[in-house]
Design a protein around this ligand. Structure first.
Ligand code: NAD
Ligand code: LMR
Length: 339
């Protein structure tokens, strides 16, 4: 029988295996929300994080007081909703995670969140461009296909855009694709790592099952692809109006932040699929695209091409690019019209 302390230590070791080698301040904007709270908790358990800055328009000091009692080394501070507090939260930050914004209710698409979340992300991006222009900016707020281009426009307008440091977090798609295939093949999901490319909504999410050596056929493949593309809807429906994925997203966000910290602290060959400013499909109207990206001390180190795919995956990719180019254009045009 394990004691609670032993179990806690084991979880910590499994989730974050290396010890801290340098000071890293991480900021969460939207830290009191459904994602923000468990994400902040997981970041507090990560020994690579030395300072945790938690900002929200409500409740962030309370969340910080609570998380701050956990006996790991990092210092936690909560910041309330004033511009000077937001500036303080951002200053000196190496990673800024942004899960601020409203989640979906049943019947909504992610694009239905655009009208509310576009301005939330724009305003937080403006603050980040001013107070932490060199940080890695991790966008979680939906619709990611449009909020990432909005953030790029804001940073460009402030003269500080570095495409190597802006990431749309699509890790949850990979987490789901890996979990769902393990359920079909009866494998250990921890050993699965299915590549998912494209964007982060419906048909723009393209799992590349063939690259992991699996060949589901016909209806089985269609059902699998559909579940990965609409996994978010499964959670929205089950939560019945109380929001969308928060806990699995917190895990996915913490995993991506951990990968960036590992890479920044010198680890080689750290690869995560993520939605970045990418050369791969610019000629088809997609200035941003998620594919496997090697991370390094400067953020994006190398963008991997999609690689060899089946005719079926090619078909999915075609549909993805069609939808994705529209979502990106919508974000860019909105940001230009609403500076
Ligand atoms: P939530 O409503 O539970 O939390 C959002 C938080 O943002 C709230 O605490 C709110 O006070 C805060 N907030 C709102 N405006 C803010 C501002 N201007 N500055 C700072 N904080 C602000 O929602 P949630 O479930 O945490 O989801 C947040 C977002 O993440 C949604 O847009 C959702 O669609 C998205 N999401 C993305 C993924 C992904 O894979 N990228 C996965 C799940 C959810
Ligand atoms: C998800 O994939 O779970 C998120 O994008 C939230 C949503 O609206 O589905």
């Amino acid at each position: 029988m394990f004691t609670a302390r032993q179990i806690f230590a084991q979880v910590q070791r499994r989730t974050f295996s290396a010890s801290a080698r340098q000071a890293s301040k991480v900021t969460v904007l939207g830290a009191a929300g459904g994602i923000g709270q468990p994400l902040s908790l997981l970041l507090k358990l990560n020994p690579r994080v030395s300072q945790l800055a938690l900002y929200d328009i409500r409740l962030a000091p309370g969340v910080a007081a609570d998380i701050g009692h956990i006996n790991t080394k990092s210092e936690v501070r909560g910041y309330d909703a004033t511009p000077s507090q937001l500036a303080e939260a951002l200053k000196g930050s190496e990673i800024v995670l942004i899960p601020a914004g409203v989640p979906r209710k049943p019947g909504m698409t992610r694009d239905d969140l655009f009208n509310t979340n576009a301005s939330i992300v724009r305003d937080l991006a403006k603050a980040a461009a001013e107070h932490s222009p060199e940080a890695n900016i991790l966008i979680i707020s939906n619709p990611v296909n449009s909020t990432v281009p909005i953030t790029a426009e804001v940073f460009t307008s402030k003269g500080v855009y570095n495409p190597k440091r802006l990431f749309g977090v699509t890790t949850l798609d990979v987490v789901r694709a890996s979990r769902f295939i393990s359920e079909i093949k009866n494998t250990d999901p921890a050993n699965e790592n299915i590549t998912v490319v494209g964007g982060h909504s419906g048909a723009t999410i393209v799992p590349l099952l063939s690259q992991s050596g699996y060949n589901l056929e016909g209806e089985k493949l269609d059902a699998y692809v559909n579940r990965v593309q609409f996994g978010g809807d499964e959670v929205v429906k089950a939560k019945a109006g109380a929001g969308s994925a928060t806990l699995s997203m917190a895990m996915a966000g913490a995993r991506f932040a951990e990968s960036l910290l590992k890479a920044a602290q010198g680890q080689k060959n750290v690869i995560e699929p993520t939605f970045v400013d990418s050369p791969l499909y610019k000629d088809q109207g997609c200035d941003f695209f998620a594919s496997n990206v090697e991370l390094g001390p400067n953020g994006v180190e190398k963008i991997h091409p999609v690689g060899k795919i089946t005719a079926k995956e090619q078909e999915l990719l075609g549909k993805c690019l069609e939808g994705l180019s529209k979502d990106i254009k919508k974000g860019v045009e909105w940001a230009k019209a609403n500076p």
